[in-house]
Design a binder for this molecule. Structure first.
Ligand SMILES: Nc1ncnc2c1ncn2[C@@H]1O[C@H](COP(=O)(O)OP(=O)(O)OP(=O)(O)O)[C@@H](O)[C@H]1O
Ligand SMILES: [Mg+2]
Length: 248
């Protein structure tokens, strides 16, 4: 994905100020920065999730494979399948585990019949590292799973529609360390096939899972580069202050 001079407003308030960034495939890009700096706002702009907030307005250009995602006539449902999202709080549908995964492929016409749909469900759950834990209880409710399992279910749901980009907004903040480690492992496995963006408040997590890091502060993207450079040799004083814990 490619963003150029992207600003996001809530009413008259500017929450993101002319951000330009290229988000490459097969990499994990971490967005870090203090609370309220605009990480979630910018993340949501990448799949037009801000459309659901009446006061929100996006300026500038965001492209997916060279296509302007804000152009008129853009199919937003299709876009959100290509650019999937995983939220802070796991949010499975109040339906069976099977239906949580099958729903997207079905509405997008990705499966010809039951056997093919079964295949997609199995493959997606395997990709999300959940298959062995749920294969004998596919008709149980998705909400009956543990928090960590629910988050992997949500990742499987995003993966099921064959996205190009997966956006994750603090996907581990509601999870214990073991479930967090599982999700981090999963992110590392998945990155071979997608562009992944993860918002995180944990520097350790950003350092562990990402190859690129963008540091946001007060609506600006202060610095963006290789994760190792950002953490060991930041160019900007504000980045250094943040990663050394002086604020945030
Ligand atoms: N729906 C909204 N309406 C109005 N203002 C909003 C809305 N959502 C966010 N904002 C404002 O936009 C700014 C950026 O918020 P955002 O949620 O993007 O920050 P963030 O970096 O994700 O913070 P956190 O780390 O706490 O999640 C904040 O000043 C916030 O108050
Ligand atoms: Mg946020």
């Amino acid at each position: 994905m490619r963003a150029r001079d992207v600003s996001v407003y809530y009413g008259a308030k500017k929450a993101i100020d002319e951000v330009s960034i290229d988000i490459p495939s097969k990499y994990v890009t971490a967005f870090i920065g203090p609370s309220g700096c605009g990480k979630s706002t910018f993340l949501r702009a990448l799949n037009r999730m801000n459309d659901t907030i009446p006061s929100a307005r996006v300026e500038g250009c965001i492209e997916l494979d060279g296509e302007d995602i804000y152009k008129s006539g853009m199919d937003v449902v299709q876009l959100r399948a290509r650019v999937g999202m995983v939220f802070q709080k796991p949010n499975p549908f109040p339906k069976s585990i099977y239906e949580n995964i099958a729903y997207g492929p079905r509405i997008h016409g990705l499966a010809e019949g039951k056997a093919e749909l079964d295949g997609i469900v199995e493959r997606s759950l395997k990709r999300a590292g959940l298959w062995n834990e749920v294969k004998d209880r596919l008709s149980d409710s998705g909400t009956a799973l543990s928090g960590g399992q629910q988050q992997r279910l949500c990742i499987a749901r995003a993966v099921a529609v064959d996205p190009e980009v997966i956006l994750m907004d603090e996907p581990c903040s509601a999870l214990d360390p073991i479930a967090t480690a599982k999700i981090e492992e999963l992110i590392d496995e998945l990155r071979g096939n997608y562009a992944i963006v993860i918002v995180t408040h944990s520097m350790q997590q950003a350092a562990r899972v990402s190859q690129r890091t963008a540091f946001f502060h007060l609506g600006n993207m202060v610095e963006y580069g290789r994760t190792s450079d950002i953490f060991t040799n930041p160019l900007e004083e504000r980045t250094k202050d943040y990663i050394t814990g002086r604020y945030g």
